[in-house]
Each structure stands twice: as C-alpha cells, then as structure tokens.
Design a protein around this ligand. Structure first.
Ligand code: NAI
Ligand code: MG
Length: 500
C-alpha cells in the first residue's frame, strides 16, 4: 500500500455520521451537527450528529427496554461469546476501513492504527469473549443449615464515555466486558473520533447483538456526555479522559442516582533511571518510544524521567539522539511512525506548555523539523526539557503531547519521592540492574502499573488502571468483569435432616 492508495481509499470512504440507536442510524432530533476538520490536512469532516438530552432519553429508553426484555442478558455465556467472536471477525474484515477512519479523524499515523491499534482492539474483544464461559461465580456453605451463592449480576444500562487518543482499543476494553456481563450499553465516543465506533455499531448488529443493546450517541461531552452521566435510568458510567472531567462524572453520579463509576484518567508517569542501570542506550530507546509514540497522546506516557545525577548528562545525550526517530511525518504515508496531534486546539495547548518551559529557563531540545506535513496539519515537534526539580507546572500537569521532562536526582530514595510527588498514579517504571533496589522501588511507587526494566509491555490478561487522580477501577483482564456487574449474595436455607 502506498500513500496514493491510502489517500484514494480515504477519499472513497462513505462515512456514517449519525448516531446509532435501537438498531438504526438516526439524526439528532433537532438536526444539530458538529463542525470539524481533519488534523491531517484540514479537510472538512463536519456533519457528526450533536445529540442532546432528548436524544439521550431516546437511547436510554431503547437500552432500558432491551435490558428489561432480557433478550441479551439471558443468553448463555456460550451464545454471547459466539456473537462477540462474529463481531471480531467482522471488524477484521473492516480492519483497513477502521484504521483509515481513525487516522482521518485523529491524525495518528495510519501505520500505527493498521498494524497495532485496530488489531489490538480485535484481540481484546476475542480475549474477553474467550474468558466469559470460564469465569465462575462462587458458592460457599457459611453454616450447616445454609448454602450461599455469590453471583455477578449485570448493572442494567451502562454508558461508556470514550477518549479520542485510541478510539478502537479503549472502546473494546469497555464494551466487551460490559456486553458479556449482560448489560445494555450506550457508547458516547469523543466528538473528535466517532466514525469508527459508528461503523462497529452496524457490524455489531450484523453479528447478532439485539437492537437497543449497543447504542452509540454522538455529540459533545457537556451535552450528550453529561446527560448520560446524570440519567436516572443508567446504572453505571465508565469513562476514559481527563481527570478534570473524571471528577465531574463522580459529581454527576452523586447528584443523580449513585450510579457505579469507573474512571481511567490522566497521568504524569515517572520513569526512574538508577545509577545502577547498565544499559542506558536501550533504556533511552524504550523511554523515547513510549513517550513520543502517538505524539505523546497516551495516558500512560512516561512523561517524567527521573535520572540519577551521576548519569544524567549521558542519558540526556542518548535521548536527544532518539528525537530524530519520532519526527512527525504525513499520517497517510505508510512509512510514517508518528503523525499529528488530534486538533489545532490540542496543538495550541501543548505549545502553551512548551512556551512555559522555555520561560522557566529549562534547557530545551527538539527534533529539527517535521517531514511531508500538510500546511493545514496539527503537529508538535518532539521536545525534551531538562528541569531542576519536580515543582513546575510542566512537571505536575498532564500535557498529553510529545513533551518529556528530565529531572535529576541525588539518590534512589529521592527518585522515589519525586516519582510519588504527583496527583496522578497511573504507571511508573524503575530501571536498575540491582534486583534488590528495583524490587524495593517498585513496592514504593504509587501507581496502578509498575514496570521493572521495561515500559508499555502489555497483555490482555493484566489489569490497567490507576490510583489517586488517575482513576478508579480497571480496564482489561478478568478483573474488568467486576466493573460491569454487582455482586449478589443469595442465602439458601435448608433444614438439615436428622439421620439418627
Ligand atoms: P475530555 O476529558 O474533556 O474528554 C473525554 C471524553 O469525555 C469525551 O468523550 C468528551 O466528550 C467527554 N466529556 C467532556 N466533558 C464532559 C462532561 N462534562 N460530562 C460528560 N462527558 C464529558 O478530554 P479532552 O477535552 O478531549 O482533552 C483534554 C485533556 O484531557 C487532554 O489534553 C489530556 O490531558 C486529557 N485526556 C486524557 C486522556 C486519557 O486517556 N487519560 C484521553 C483524552 C484526554
Ligand atoms: Mg474537554
């Protein structure tokens, strides 16, 4: 596939921009739409339905009625599994189209979506489907005259509010366990990236998901998202996005019906390099890859490198060399590893942080230039700041762009306290060839995921999610089923028969 091929395919796409409610595509009641452009080349992508309270009410009523009919939740795990396998097969058939749609809307390199992200989303769907009939409930005999079963019950109607930085993967992490636990679902994709999940909705119907069980309501967060989070007929809301909005979701739950909340929010993840790290070139390579991949728009990006002062200069030199491997290049070019940031708004936000860094007097290093970018594209050159300490705005706030901070440290204890001096607690990493030190540090780090001498390595079987202002609850792994269900105890009394 070459660039002309990709552009021709993009131009030929028939993009669905209406919401998907009760098994069909529908316009919003008042026909409002969202105007937007592609971050790749500024082409017009307007027309996405902007749903409001009235549309949300219709979607929730459809989901509620499908849940009450038990048409989906009463299907056996075996049956549900087959339906999701069919959906995974259909997504595979439309693999290229899904990758093209996500590239067009978000500006991430097509190669990333095609080779990595979309296949990963399909794998996640298969993983959850595979697990469901091996996922047992519990039974215990608490007394001689009783037996108790502890079952996981669906919550009912659940809403899933999505981010734009990895639309298919995050959708499947939430949608698959939510559906497999028997819930009826409403996905509210990010307004920046809604096209791929709208295609998946049609495929889900084709795979056998009954009408009303999987709805997609498009629109802005402040209208469609908020209406879902406040709705009295929704019993669970699961969100990935900024901590700022995550806190609002908690409030909406409190203001309405105490619906169950799951949050996967931001991060400012520390990457500690000890004096006892022996392979600095490899360490710098792993750090740069995880930091600059997708222009830094990854919630678990290792955006604070905390480096022993003894090796800091050498390590920074290695990092600077890595910058040239993450130069933004036309996202439609199959050779490109790194593309655009999602919007002009996000580009401006990141550049404002870079300005702050420059004003603070921190040493700044950037790649020289971008390649083959359209004049209307949105991108940011990968940038490193070497800072004195962890107190600056840059060190404390999530930038969500290709901006890495390097902070020096005088001891491993100081590295740990710098790492934990953050409102976030998503991921963390320690690089050391002293196993006692590496293990001790890993136990001290306040984070949902800690990597020792690695970063970003991943498998569907391990949970993902943070602590502190990085969130509540887990995506991925068998533990995700717990999020989309509640535990019910059934106490079964019986009269023991006297056998004397
Ligand atoms: P956001 O947190 O505002 O949006 C995420 C999702 O929440 C979108 O679907 C949006 O429509 C929805 N939303 C927004 N306001 C809402 C509300 N009041 N009620 C219900 N739903 C609402 O993220 P945004 O504005 O797109 O990006 C801003 C910053 O958020 C980024 O710079 C980054 O720092 C962070 N972010 C973090 C992500 C992560 O994976 N941790 C993903 C996306 C953004
Ligand atoms: Mg926002």
């Amino acid at each position: 596939m070459n660039i002309n091929n990709i552009i021709n395919k993009i131009n030929a796409l028939e993009i669905e921009k209406r919401s998907f409610i009760n098994g069909e595509y529908v316009n919003s009641i008042d026909m409002n739409i969202i105007n937007k452009v592609s971050p790749v080349d500024g082409r017009d992508l307007s027309g996405l339905s902007a749903c409001n309270q009235g549309d949300v009410n219709i979607a929730v009523a459809a989901a509620k009625s499908s849940f009450e009919s038990k048409i989906w939740c009463n299907q056996s795990p075996q049956e549900k599994k087959q339906v999701l396998y069919r959906l995974a097969d259909l997504m595979l058939l439309h693999h290229e189209e899904l990758a093209l749609l996500d590239t067009l809307e978000t500006g991430r390199a097509f190669k990333n979506y095609y080779n990595d992200s979309v296949p990963k989303a399909i794998e996640a769907l298969r993983y959850f489907a595979e697990c469901i009939d091996k996922y047992y409930d519990h039974a215990i005999p608490p007394r001689a005259d009783a037996f108790a079963s502890i079952t996981r019950e669906p919550l009912g109607v659940v809403a899933l509010i999505m981010p734009w930085n990895d639309p298919m993967v995050v959708s499947m992490w939430k949608l698959a366990p939510a559906l497999l636990m028997g819930n009826s679902t409403i996905v509210k994709p990010a307004e920046q990236s809604s096209f791929s999940i709208l295609l998946v909705a049609r495929l889900a119907k084709e795979a056998g998901i009954p009408d009303g069980v999987f709805n997609v309501v498009t629109g802005f967060g402040e209208t469609a998202g908020k209406a879902l989070a406040l709705h009295l007929d929704i019993s669970g809301i699961f969100f990935t996005g900024s901590s700022e909005v995550g806190k609002k979701i908690l409030q909406y739950s409190g203001q309405s019906n105490m619906k169950k909340v799951g949050l996967e929010c931001g991060g400012k993840s520390p990457f500690i390099v000890s004096e006892k790290c022996t392979d600095l070139p490899k360490t710098a390579k792993v750090l740069a890859k995880n930091m600059f991949y997708n222009q830094g728009q990854i919630c678990s990006a290792p955006s604070r490198a905390i480096v022993a002062n003894e090796i800091k200069d050498k390590f920074v030199e290695l990092l600077i060399r890595e910058l040239e491997n993450y130069i933004p290049n036309d996202p439609f070019n199959i050779e490109s590893e790194v593309g655009c940031v999602v919007s002009k708004e996000q580009q401006h936000k990141i550049q404002t942080y870079i300005e702050l860094g420059i004003q603070s007097g921190a040493k700044k290093y950037s790649s020289s230039t971008a390649k083959n970018m359209h004049p209307n594209s949105s991108y940011v050159l990968p940038t490193i700041f070497v800072q004195e300490n962890n107190h600056s705005i840059l060190a404390q706030e999530e930038i969500f762009g290709p901006v890495l901070l390097v902070i020096g440290s005088n001891s491993i204890q100081e590295s740990v306290s710098i790492a934990n001096d953050s409102k976030y607690g998503l991921a963390a990493s320690i690089w050391s060839n002293d196993s006692d030190e590496a293990y001790w540090v890993s136990r001290q780090l306040q984070a949902g995921i800690v990597h020792i001498n690695s970063y970003g390595d991943d498998d569907n079987s391990v949970p993902f999610g943070g602590i502190k202002e990085s969130g509540i609850g887990k995506d991925k792994s068998i533990y995700a089923f717990d999020e989309y269900s509640y535990l019910k105890t059934t106490w079964i009394h019986y009269e023991p028969i006297n056998d004397n």
